[in-house]
Design a binder for this molecule. Structure first.
Ligand code: HEM
Length: 502
């Protein structure tokens, strides 16, 4: 937050305090969770820092597994143990699975016409069901296998050509995901001035940065829009959304063009347009609904998928012993056929364990999206009033020393002969969340992440650029609702199999 934002915030908050004095609903009669002492107007905002999942994990050591923070005047509950995660995501899921109707998510979801930010209700239940059946089910994901195979082959080829020069692996990963998801959703790659390689990832990231950045109206609902205008936040959000919307508009327009040849296979827009035409559908599907769902697909795949892969490759590079073991497993299973097929992955137990361990240390959505209570509830003996915002600190949960020995260390072996999986059934391990709001794109997410990483590991040995040691790898994070590696991962690829560079 810059100085101007702080001053504007301060004076407007003071004004609101004077105007609303006497009207404030206090916690009288409620046994509220403990809170770190905050400041009169901004509450705990100054304490939350740039990596809130770390902050919450730290504070929970002193204040306990259920804590109440104040973002300005807005109460926000954080839970940080597997027991409380289970309470929120399972035992009381039906009362805690709505989303707060925040102004930022309202904009990005085309006024709550998506799955991820839309509050609980009939439309959300139906669209989730329809998308689960039509878009996210194994059969639909399997139908885009050829796209993944072709784009992974191109990525491997381009890396082989670059060798032995260092490559920006973060950029390569962003680019292959852009292409895979564009072809899956739009049927083709959009090249051109506005739609070059990696631009889509950039547009998605910009939107996430805006959502995460301080937004006055999230915190001071009645006058926050003034703060947003004065600090330039509104203009930044509008610009980011405009860039993403341009992709969607152009793609939908192309699909509606009567001269477009009938496609051999339906892409995601074809499916959504078919659902829109389907008179038997119980819910209306407008163009904004189509864009809202597209945004979900992009945020899930482009953001969560890309950062999962970058962290996995980073951890493997930091742990050469594990890297060698994973590569040995993949190479001995796949042999000299030249590529890892998706059908190979189920047999690669240590590889899967290495990915799981990376998701444990770096959950893509470390605080999960905000949930909202739908009635007065109780958590750990504390009162949680209706319409309170709740976050589960998955980062803290997945490093709980009562469940994980040496929790900060990268030890994939802990997932061998261990039934814990990514399906949200074990509350100490929640990379895709759990309950009614569990990620509906798990199958698609795995189908993108696993084969890309497996082929990177099969096709190349990875060295650090000259003069660098594993201690020099920058592990800093940046947080924009999701947890990204702050600096790109630059590595030197050495082709393992001579056939790949022919
Ligand atoms: C590695 C990839 C992915 C990871 C790690 C991931 C993880 C997550 C997590 C943690 C949530 C939050 C759930 C909550 O708030 O409790 C979520 C929600 C969601 N994800 Fe994913 N995701 C991935 C890929 C995808 C893909 C590929 C799609 C779509 C094709 C997708 C679509 C969604 C949607 C729509 C939601 C919102 C669910 C709701 O609120 O009902 N995700 N994901």
């Amino acid at each position: 937050m810059d100085l101007l934002s702080v001053l504007v915030l301060f004076f407007l908050s003071l004004l609101s305090l004077l105007l609303l004095k006497g009207k404030k609903k206090n916690g009288k009669g409620f046994k509220l969770p403990p809170s770190p002492p905050g400041l009169p107007i901004i509450g705990n905002l100054h304490q939350i820092g740039s990596l809130p999942h770390h902050t919450v994990a730290q504070f929970s050591k002193k204040y306990g597994q259920v804590m109440l923070f104040y973002f300005g005047r807005t109460p926000v509950v954080f839970v940080s143990t597997p027991e409380m995660a289970k309470e929120v995501l399972k035992n009381q899921d039906s009362n805690m699975c709505s989303r707060p109707p925040l102004p930022g998510p309202r904009k990005i979801s085309y006024n709550f016409k998506d799955i991820s930010f839309t509050p609980y209700g009939e439309w959300w239940r139906e669209i989730r069901k329809i998308c689960a059946l039509e878009l996210f089910c194994p059969k639909a994901v399997q139908s885009y296998l050829f796209v993944r195979e072709e784009e992974i082959a191109c990525m491997v080829d381009s890396i082989a050509k670059a060798s032995p020069a260092p490559v920006d692996l973060s950029e390569k990963i962003a680019s292959v995901i852009d292409k895979v998801i564009c072809r899956t959703a739009f049927g083709k790659i959009y090249n051109g001035r506005d739609f070059d390689d990696g631009k889509l990832t950039e547009a998605v990231r910009d939107v996430l940065v805006c959502l995460n950045n301080f937004s006055g109206d999230d915190i001071f609902p009645s006058f926050g829009w003034i703060i947003n205008m004065l600090t330039g936040h509104t203009a930044r959000v509008d610009r980011a959304l405009h860039n993403l919307d341009k992709f969607f508009e152009k793609a939908i327009e192309d699909h509606l063009d009567s001269n477009r040849p009938k496609p051999e296979r339906e892409d995601i827009i074809d499916v959504l347009l078919r659902l829109q035409r389907d008179q038997s559908s119980r819910i209306p599907i407008t163009k904004d609904h189509i864009k809202g769902v597209l945004k979900d697909v992009f945020l899930g795949s482009v953001d969560s998928g890309a950062l999962s892969m970058v962290w996995a490759m980073t951890e493997l590079t930091r742990h050469p012993r594990v890297m060698k073991k994973v590569q040995a497993e993949i190479r001995s299973h796949v042999g000299s056929k030249g590529k890892v097929d998706e059908s190979d992955i189920q047999s690669l137990h240590f590889f899967k364990a290495a990915l799981k361990e990376s998701w444990r240390l770096h959950p893509p959505s470390p605080l999960l999206f905000a949930r909202e209570t739908m009635c007065d509830c109780k958590l750990d003996g504390y009162d949680i009033p209706n319409k309170t915002r709740i976050h589960v600190d998955v980062f803290a949960v997945q490093r709980d020393p009562r469940y994980w020995k040496n929790p900060d260390e990268y030890i994939p072996e802990r997932f061998i002969d261990n039934p814990i999986d990514v399906n949200g059934q074990s509350y100490e391990y929640l990379p895709f969340s759990s309950g009614r709001r569990i990620c509906p794109g798990i199958t698609m997410g795995l189908a993108i992440v696993e084969p890309i990483v497996a082929n990177l590991l099969y096709g190349f040995d990875w060295k650090l650029p000259s003069g660098m040691t594993v201690e020099d790898i920058n592990m800093e994070e940046s947080f924009n609702l999701s947890s990204n590696k702050k600096t790109p991962l630059i590595l030197v690829p050495i082709p393992w199999n001579a056939k790949l560079v022919e």
